[in-house]
Design a protein around this ligand. Structure first.
Ligand code: DGY
Length: 425
């Protein structure tokens, strides 16, 4: 069974491979997405190491001069997606968006490096990426944490990757809609509208893009000028883990200066994560930096925090919380608590299960020694594939496939889970 599944997953990677980058899925997402690429590279790494490195190299070829790595690279014209380059207007030769996405590259590069059979290639490719990833992390702390708290804010829900999470409802509700250009959504022509964000959310997503565009995409201004500034524990955990992994890699490659700075960023971030812990909810919560209030939303963002090297008691509590979610939903891990009034099991990030988040949570909990929950997360992830194929996301109660199909990073995560099992056996 697992061989058949690996073969099917590889076929999806091949189908979405555009030579030097992969699209998340044909139609719905016809370009290169930042965190999709880094996680998809892990799948390629098991059978074509050079291709895996190229995926990340291509992404960093489009890094901005200030260090930012954009969330989408519009390599080729495609009318099937909105908002395209004409909306973003970032003025780049190969157009990109002007916002970023979760910083998984540092983690992915360490993982590719540690597993590499071609050691020479791994050293050369990792060494070339090292200063670029460090520049991206420095950009985060400089531009998205101007007061030096140790934690960065996202300024657009799309940066989190969890576009329509319940976490953003109040903060996004304060974003105006006056002056938003008339537009036609394309996502709802490719996927079931009931699985996607609402029109009211899209109005605000586009208002923010227009606002940043009017400020000339000047990252020295955008943070303070954005009405939407949220500190997401999951997003920060990924960045902190990437800093720790970059520090490890830099040490191995003898790049002491990068190692020292990355270690300091990770340590400061870990200490600051404590400010997001909620004893009442047994998980981390988002913080609304614009209003100065904690966001009382028990989403997966606060569970994903375990991907960072958080204190063991915190990881334990998160493992317990996930086990209790398993009493409500047979498929772990729902992106929002099924008992919450605003849970919606089919609507993108308001309930559905995502294999990439499962992978990151499982990785963090495995390091913390929470093996029973890890095994359960992996087993239910693979059951979803058997039952519903390689979808973008799944209903945690019924297992129904939602969003796009033949999804690259879902396939990559399946390869990761299965090959891990084979290596453990
Ligand atoms: C989309 O278009 O839905 C993406 O999630 C934005 O990155």
């Amino acid at each position: 069974m697992s061989e058949t599944m690996i073969t099917a997953a590889r076929a999806i990677l091949a189908q979405n491979d555009r030579g030097t980058y992969t699209v998340p899925t044909k139609g719905l997402y016809p370009f290169q997405w930042n965190w999709d690429s880094c996680l998809s590279a892990l799948g390629f790494g098991h059978f074509d190491e050079a291709r895996a490195w190229t995926e990340i190299d291509t992404l960093f070829d489009h890094q901005w001069d200030d260090g930012m790595v954009p969330h989408i690279i519009f390599h080729k014209h495609d009318d099937g997606y909105f908002p395209g380059p004409d909306v973003w207007q970032t003025g780049r030769a190969v157009p990109t968006t002007g916002i970023t996405q979760p910083a998984v590259a540092g983690f992915a590069v360490r993982r590719l490096f540690e597993r590499a059979k071609d050691r020479d290639m791994a050293r050369t490719r990792a060494r070339a990426l090292l200063p670029k990833i460090a520049a991206w992390h420095d950009w985060f702390f400089r531009c998205r944490d101007p007061e030096g708290t140790g934690l960065v804010a996202i300024i657009h829900p799309w940066e989190s990757g969890r576009d329509n999470s319940v976490d953003w409802d109040a903060a996004l509700g304060r974003v105006p809609t006056e002056g938003v250009m008339p537009f036609v959504r394309r996502d709802t022509q490719h996927a079931n509208p009931a699985h996607r964000p609402t029109d009211a959310q899209y109005q605000r997503f586009i208002w923010l893009v227009q606002h940043f565009r009017d400020l000339g995409w000047d990252n020295a201004q955008l943070h303070d000028a954005s009405p939407f500034r949220v500190v997401d524990p999951g997003f920060n955990a990924i960045l902190i883990r990437a800093c720790a992994d970059l520090a490890w890699l830099a040490e191995v490659l003898g790049e002491e200066t990068i190692a020292r700075a990355a270690r300091a960023q990770a340590d400061k971030g870990i200490a600051a994560m404590e400010t997001l812990w909620s004893a009442e909810h047994g998980q981390y919560l988002c913080f609304d930096r614009a209003s100065g209030a904690s966001i009382q939303s028990r989403s997966i963002g606060g569970l994903l925090a375990t991907f960072a090297p958080i204190p063991q008691p915190r990881a334990r509590a998160i493992a317990q919380r996930i086990a209790s979610l398993g009493e409500q939903a047979p498929f772990l891990v729902p992106s929002h608590d099924p008992s919450a009034p605003d849970y919606d099991g089919k609507r993108y990030w308001r309930g559905p299960v995502w294999l990439i988040v499962n992978y990151l949570i499982a990785d963090g909990l495995a390091v913390a020694g929470e093996t029973a929950v890890v095994e359960r997360i992996i087993a239910t992830s693979l059951r979803l594939i058997e039952q519903s194929g390689f979808a973008e996301y799944y209903d945690p109660i019924t297992g129904e496939p939602c969003g796009g199909s033949s999804f690259t990073w879902t396939a990559a995560m399946v390869i990761e889970f299965l090959i891990r099992d084979r290596q453990a056996a």
